[in-house]
Design a binder for this molecule. Structure first.
Ligand SMILES: Nc1ncnc2c1ncn2[C@@H]1O[C@H](COP(=O)(O)OP(=O)(O)OP(=O)(O)O)[C@@H](O)[C@H]1O
Length: 260
């Protein structure tokens, strides 16, 4: 297997504070890596390092083909009056500047990306009139028209309802299987990500662990990551994470995504 992304002893400090310490891991080509962890643990900082927006003070980052990175941001509001159709919005992702006279190949690439993300049905609708989930599928389609080998997604499902979250994650997974794309997907929802990820990178402020979902989602691993007793339970098909030292008993047992 080829390694698509390799980090070796990466250290990043921002404003005099170490955000990433000795981060070492690799992602194989075609693999789906879920990245989870509490607020402020450095997930977005890691994305910025991979996107070359941030240079680590120490360590090496190797990306199989840095020009073939696709990026999907967090869900955000768009002015409802934005006079841009969904199809033209996706076209903005083409490697050259958007022109009204797209070539036949450009149009094919845009249609294909919209089909892969189930966006054809609203192709002619203005982007301001879409739901959050539909909009995120367009951001995904916009990233796909660049024909990426590696797809970075930074909480693309935040603020979406559970059905829309599942759709995004499952569409991403279908695309990576079809195109052999490597996926690095940041999420707060361990249950969502566990259904699709081959491996999980679990980050906390001070440490991290990487491995298969079942290896990482263990009481012993999370207790050592958080530096306090943490219990991981499986209830049906869901993972529940409980922080034993939590001051609020009522909130101490909850689905991990809600604990953040
Ligand atoms: N430009 C910056 N300058 C200084 N500190 C920063 C900067 N960007 C982020 N930080 C700090 O770095 C830490 C990690 O932030 P980051 O956004 O990477 O975390 P995160 O895991 O993505 O969090 P969240 O889940 O809330 O999005 C935080 O303490 C944050 O305040």
């Amino acid at each position: 297997m080829t390694e698509a992304v390799t980090l070796n002893n990466v250290n990043v400090s921002l404003d005099g504070k170490w955000i990433l310490r000795n981060l070492t891991f690799s992602v194989e080509s075609g693999e789906f890596l879920g990245i989870i962890g509490p607020n402020g643990s450095g997930k977005t900082t890691l994305m910025r390092v991979l996107l070359r927006m941030l240079k680590p003070q120490e360590g090496a980052v190797k990306i199989i083909n840095a020009s073939a990175l696709g990026y999907v941001p967090q869900s955000r509001q768009i002015d409802p009056e934005t006079p841009l159709s969904s199809r033209n919005f996706v076209g903005l992702g083409l490697p050259h500047k958007f022109r009204p006279w797209l070539t036949r190949h450009d149009r094919f690439v845009v249609e294909e990306a919209m089909e892969m993300t189930n966006s054809i049905e609203f192709a002619d609708k203005p982007i301001g009139k879409l739901s959050g989930g539909q909009r995120q599928r367009l951001f995904l389609a916009q990233a796909l028209v660049k024909n990426p080998q590696i797809l970075l997604l930074d909480e693309p499902t935040s603020n979406l309802d559970p059905g829309a979250q599942e759709t995004i994650a499952s569409v991403v997974d279908q695309i990576r299987r079809k195109r052999g794309i490597t996926v690095l997907f940041v999420s707060h929802d361990v249950n969502l990500i566990s259904r699709y990820a081959d491996k999980i990178l679990y980050m906390t402020q001070d440490s991290y662990a990487i491995g298969a979902v079942d290896e990482i989602m263990q009481s012993s691993v999370l207790s050592s990551l958080y530096g306090m007793p943490v219990e991981v339970m499986r209830v049906g098909s869901s993972l529940l994470v409980s922080f034993a030292n939590s001051k609020e008993t009522a909130a101490s047992i909850c689905v991990h995504s809600m604990a953040e």
